[in-house]
Write a protein that binds this ligand. Structure first.
Ligand code: SF4
Ligand code: SF4
Ligand code: FES
Length: 253
């Protein structure tokens, strides 16, 4: 008999239809090197539950299929991670049922797909870029030292996937906390020799309501970051930088 994989998937037809939330179970034929996206693609070909009911195909999002875009992030067996690098043989070595749920800290679009727009809006808020418009005539900017690059590179690997926000207890419906990934971006761009031009503005953004002071230091974020970004170090570093900025602004008043 062919080996099969069982997936129990949390579904919901639309964000404004919570009454449609339900679990559906599917069985797909095992193939070597399968990941969660390939099992979802198999279900899409023939969306029939194990109870024999034909249902609408499961909706999810994916783009790069190599843990670079963050689009396929979902909660797999209770842990937030990317579906494209979640290998079936590791998740269910003895044919255990695999559960799939959407992230809970973002608005649901449908089934496993959520809207991560708030993270991109937060990148805009903290000016997560080096401003180069209008600088061409001035010539090249200051060089970034090797030491600076060594610290910056790990911070730059963020793919805005949302795992850290999903795991953070301070990110919830009652709080405006910006979350660890945007704070990490403030550190990244403030340490860049040209990006530092906007350092004060970035610090002031995370000093206000919903800023760095809301971090409860539970460290869940660093545990789930698939890119192993030192988020707790970034938060501590930016905590010191905002305190310093506040003191200097107060003295200079
Ligand atoms: S910091 Fe890590 S967990 Fe958070 S969004 Fe970036 S890559 Fe994802
Ligand atoms: S340290 Fe804890 S409270 Fe702070 S951002 Fe990380 S998970 Fe959230
Ligand atoms: S599809 Fe891009 S990270 Fe999974």
């Amino acid at each position: 008999m062919a080996k099969t994989i069982t997936l129990k998937i949390q579904r919901q037809d639309a964000a404004d239809r919570p009454e449609t939330r339900r679990w559906e179970t599917f069985s797909v034929e095992w193939q070597p090197q399968m990941n969660i996206i390939s099992t979802l693609m198999e279900i899409q070909k023939n969306p029939v539950t194990t109870a024999g009911k034909r249902v609408p195909p499961v909706v999810w999002e994916s783009v790069c299929l190599e843990e670079v875009c963050g689009a396929c992030t979902m909660v797999i067996n209770g842990r937030v991670r990317q579906a494209c690098t979640a290998l079936v043989d590791q998740l269910a070595p003895h044919g255990e049922t695999i559960t799939l749920q959407p992230m809970t800290k973002f608005p649901l679009v449908r089934d496993l797909m959520v809207d991560r727009a708030r993270m991109f809006a937060d990148l805009k808020k903290v000016k997560a870029w080096v401003q180069v418009d209008g600088t061409y005539e001035i010539g090249p900017g200051p060089r970034q030292s090797q030491d600076n690059q060594d610290v910056a590179y790990p911070l730059s690997r963020c793919m805005t996937c949302g795992c850290c926000l999903e795991a953070c207890p301070q990110v919830n419906d009652w709080s405006a906390f910006i979350g660890p990934s945007a704070i990490n971006q403030v550190r990244l761009f403030n340490m860049h020799p040209s990006g530092a031009m906007h350092a004060a503005e970035r610090l002031e953004t995370i000093m206000g309501a919903g800023g760095i002071a809301d971090c409860g230091k539970a460290q869940n974020c660093v545990e789930v970051c698939p890119k192993e970004i030192p988020l707790v170090d970034s938060i501590a570093e930016m905590g010191r930088a905002t305190t310093k900025h506040m003191l200097f602004s107060w003295i200079l008043k």
